[in-house]
Ligand binder design. Structure first.
Ligand SMILES: *[C@@H]1O[C@H](CO)[C@@H](O)[C@H](O)[C@H]1NC(C)=O
Ligand SMILES: *[C@@H]1O[C@H](CO)[C@@H](O)[C@H](O)[C@H]1NC(C)=O
Ligand SMILES: *[C@@H]1O[C@H](CO)[C@@H](O)[C@H](O)[C@H]1NC(C)=O
Ligand SMILES: *[C@@H]1O[C@H](CO)[C@@H](O)[C@H](O)[C@H]1NC(C)=O
Length: 307
């Protein structure tokens, strides 16, 4: 459970966690203990966090998909309830626990950044520029659009918009970042993919983004792309106060823990890269009395099904 709490903290403490040398002088680099410290969320901007500016993007790049188009965002499930509460999803019966979709990190980050004490409204005093694009929602929506040119029209529109801004050009966009909310492979068209395939697009290979820092779930570990930084998946736990975090930690410490546990992920079809090890662990566990296989597939929604 510790992992969950830490995962949350990394998200909740709002700071743009960027690990590239370029930013080191601007941003605090977070360790677990520092994360706990920043989670007190003082109203003052800490001196080692750079003042950042949030672009007011036209809402067709973010909120429109949430407000007007959520029911058409995904062709394979109704995503709308999961976009509630600015990406936290719907409240479970336990307070501070929400049914959070795994791909709303961009929305969560945005919601937190908006109220961060280091946010500045003054372009000239900003050291970093945050682009609140909800890229993960577009990638879901692509499932409805089979034509690659049509799919990429939204990226072209977005890149035309952003690259015209004087602040984007000023430092060759090195001081800009965005949060994708998805895995890097959802934005890089691999040679094996065919037009019409879900998620096919080349967003991260557009030259306009070459210097923009990309905070993404699962960066490309095989590339030396310096502008990609991995961030954790969101958790279900969204406390508002430091005391709520310590209460949860106390609860975990007090509870009797008699089992070792591990997260495996859902089984994949034969031939899938994750098939070998996930399936091996799942069937090993299933074969012995001493292992309890917990499968969440009865929770009612697609991604709650142990995927
Ligand atoms: C979203 O909704 C707006 C307003 O109804 C519509 O004009 C637009 O085409 C929709 N976009 C998508 C991606 O479905
Ligand atoms: C995809 O869309 C583009 C732009 O609208 C169009 O020119 C092209 O013919 C379309 N391709 C296919 C395969 O339909
Ligand atoms: C990226 O940075 C390089 C070197 O700083 C610069 O030459 C280039 O123009 C920048 N690219 C963009 C798209 O701003
Ligand atoms: C576990 O084993 C049972 C009995 O052999 C089998 O019916 C079931 O499909 C297995 N479940 C998984 C997830 O492998």
């Amino acid at each position: 459970m510790k992992v969950k709490v830490i995962t949350f903290l990394i998200f909740s403490s709002i700071v743009p966690y960027i690990y590239f040398p370029y930013y080191i002088s601007y941003l605090s680099i977070t360790t677990n203990s520092e994360t706990r410290k920043t989670s007190t969320q003082s109203e003052q901007c800490e001196p080692d966090i750079a003042p950042f500016y949030i672009y007011d993007l036209p809402d067709r790049f973010n909120m429109m998909l949430v407000i007007s188009n959520c029911s058409s965002v995904s062709s394979w499930f109704n995503i709308c309830p999961y976009l509630d509460n600015r990406g936290m999803g719907q409240l479970f019966s336990k307070s501070n626990w929400y049914n959070t979709y795994q791909f709303t990190a961009n929305m969560l980050f945005h919601a937190r950044a908006v109220n961060h004490p280091c946010r500045t409204y003054d372009l000239s005093s900003a050291r970093i520029f945050y682009i609140p694009l909800y890229a993960s929602l577009f990638v879901h929506w692509f499932g409805n659009e089979k034509n690659l040119t049509q799919r990429e029209a939204v990226w072209v529109d977005f890149l035309n918009h952003i690259s015209r801004l004087p602040t984007f050009q000023r430092h060759g966009s090195h001081d800009h970042f965005l949060v994708t909310g998805l895995m890097v492979w959802d934005f890089i068209h691999s040679p094996g993919q065919k037009e019409g395939e879900l998620r096919l697009n080349d967003f991260l290979t557009f030259p306009q983004l070459a210097n923009v820092s990309i905070l993404t779930i699962e960066r490309n570990a095989y590339s030396d792309a310096k502008n990609q930084c991995s961030i954790p998946y969101p958790s279900y736990f969204h406390p508002q106060l430091k005391s709520e975090i310590t209460m949860w930690q106390d609860e975990v410490h007090r509870s009797e823990r008699t089992h070792l546990f591990s997260f495996v992920g859902g089984a994949r079809p034969p031939g899938h890269i994750a098939d070998k090890y996930r399936l091996a662990v799942i069937s090993q566990c299933n074969r012995t009395e001493s292992c309890l296989l917990v499968q969440c597939k009865y929770w009612g929604s697609v991604w709650d099904s142990g995927r």
